[in-house]
Design a protein around this ligand. Structure first.
Ligand SMILES: [Zn+2]
Length: 120
């Protein structure tokens, strides 16, 4: 059964030969499986590193998205505060105006709230 024999492909000339041979019978290049494994290991390491970078990128993207969301929420909060503050302010002004109207009415009636206050 010749098929069970492990065949290797020469990295230099792409010739196929038995793994038991130390050198390629076609071009004489030494078969170095350890070197190949090391190379493959390096490639695997590079691949893993690249994948790690990709994951880091996704993570930082999520973090960036979170920061954007926080800024948006902060802006919404500020806008709400401004709107509520404006409503409160205008409400306050409205009350002051009605107080003044009441004062004017009382003055017209001959009753001064200031006189009452100074009398105390
Ligand atoms: Zn060869």
């Amino acid at each position: 059964m010749e098929n069970t024999k492990k065949m290797i492909v020469c990295a230099t000339c792409a010739g196929e030969y038995e793994a038991s041979l130390v050198r390629c019978p076609f071009c004489g290049t030494a078969y170095a499986p350890a070197e190949e494994e090391e190379y493959m290991g390096q490639m695997d390491g590079i691949r893993k590193e690249l994948e790690g970078h990709k994951q880091d990128g996704n993570k930082s993207l999520k973090k960036g998205l979170g920061t954007t969301m926080r800024i948006v929420l902060l802006l919404i909060a500020v806008i709400l505060l401004l709107v509520l503050g404006g409503l409160w302010f205008s409400g306050n002004r409205e009350r002051n105006r009605s107080d003044r109207r009441k004062e004017e009415f009382l003055l017209n009636q001959g009753i001064s709230t200031q006189q009452e206050e100074s009398a105390q």
